[in-house]
Write a protein that binds this ligand. Sequence first.
Ligand SMILES: Cc1cc2nc3c(=O)[nH]c(=O)nc-3n(C[C@H](O)[C@H](O)[C@H](O)COP(=O)(O)OP(=O)(O)OC[C@H]3O[C@@H](n4cnc5c(N)ncnc54)[C@H](O)[C@@H]3O)c2cc1C
Length: 458
Amino acid sequence: VGRAVPRSIAAALADLVGARQVLVGEMAAGHERDWTGRFVGHTPCVVRPGTVDEVAAVLAWCNDRGVAVVPQGGNTGLVGGGVPLDGEVVLSLTRLDSLGTLDHDARQVTSGAGVTLGRLQDHARAGGLRFAVDLAARDSATVGGMAATNAGGLQAMAFGPMRAQLRGIQAVLADGGVVDHLGGLVKDNTGYDLAGLVCGSEGTLAVVTAARLHLEPEPAHRVTALAGFSSVGAAIAAARRVRDEAPGLEAAELFLADGLELVVDTYALPRPVATAAAYLLVEVAGAADPAEALAASLAATDPVDAAVAVGSQRRAELWRYRELLTDAIGHQGVPHKLDVSLPAVALERFVPDVEAAVSAVDDTARCWIFGHVLDGNLHVNVTGPAPHDDRVDAAVLELVAERGGSISAEHGIGRAKRRWLHLARGPVEVRAFRALKTALDPHGILNPGVLLGAASSS
Ligand SMILES: Cc1cc2nc3c(=O)[nH]c(=O)nc-3n(C[C@H](O)[C@H](O)[C@H](O)COP(=O)(O)OP(=O)(O)OC[C@H]3O[C@@H](n4cnc5c(N)ncnc54)[C@H](O)[C@@H]3O)c2cc1C
């Protein structure tokens, strides 16, 4: 179908997985472009194995011939790590979508790599349990992609990121060897933690095919509040106070006046509370009703205005103002997504300073800032600069490093931040990274452009 492609790769892979599961030309186009539209590549084919044995066969074939592979799940990653920017084969894992029965005794479940977060959440909820990582891309992001990126999300402050939920992993190494460790033992000190290692490796060390996941009990009560504050500092202080006083805080999201206005304008929504300089969305949950404790602690923070919601529909209405923000920013142009974290003490000052740093580089650039405030995690989105103009990226990431923060809080390094890895990791750490990469993927076929790149390019 479509343009000329090296048929030999597609044809050989079709022999392994069936012709219908190898996409070329127009059929492959959606897999060549990332969610933001900033990273667009090309591939000889997208191969979609349906079993772990097929994944192993595909990798063994590619490994023997030095054919580079980009693993891909829901393609919601935000650092250009899941698209074939150098003509790699795309290995799509979405057909590995089996979900095991809930193990109530262990509070665990085994999930295929291709299961979407939304499906996993529904599956757990139907049995009175829940999966404690949540993010706005839930309908597309997959368990494999979330493990590969160590996704954080809206509740990481309470339950930790993906790595904290992993109780075992099944993953295929570059040569087709299968690591099968899905037993789910909570205590298991029998050597290297391969699940922990593969988690966050962004598809550079192994391909995740399944994961054994920890589940939490579903709380009986859940309350959400959205409050406006006169300054960023007041909103941050309020989040800390609610954390200290209201039991069961599970989410604390900060966004600014321009972000709320953008969502209101883009989706023609009513203003949820009176206009303020900064907004905080908090959610508490527990076996006992936390509404009164939340309202009391929030009132003590002296907000400009606040709305509290108990029913699920009203809660979802409040969440829209935060969750639609990423999409709304996309309507303003191709965003540069700089997901960073700062020490708690540096957070408040960083907001005006990063805006100034971006303006100093490009006075037409627009900064949109929001984030998971109690993790010190801010998403600095910049619209205006051309997709390949990375001067603002440099300015933001250098400022973050200078303030003692991390250049990637949760999205990973991917392609987008590879140039700046040295701001986060010292030469000995990078040497250790390379040793791991060479040991597990000696021919360098797994996502060769991601994280480290070729030995000469980092
Ligand atoms: C609206 C929106 C909101 C978001 N919110 C958050 C958030 O709050 N927190 C957060 O952490 N992220 C967030 N993200 C980013 C993204 O959803 C996560 O990085 C997610 O984990 C990616 O999952 P995916 O299946 O889409 O992976 P992909 O985008 O397909 O891939 C991501 C990376 O993982 C690798 N990979 C994918 N599958 C596998 C596999 N099976 N084995 C090995 N490697 C693999 C890819 O090669 C790539 O490097 C958001 C994205 C969007 C669009």
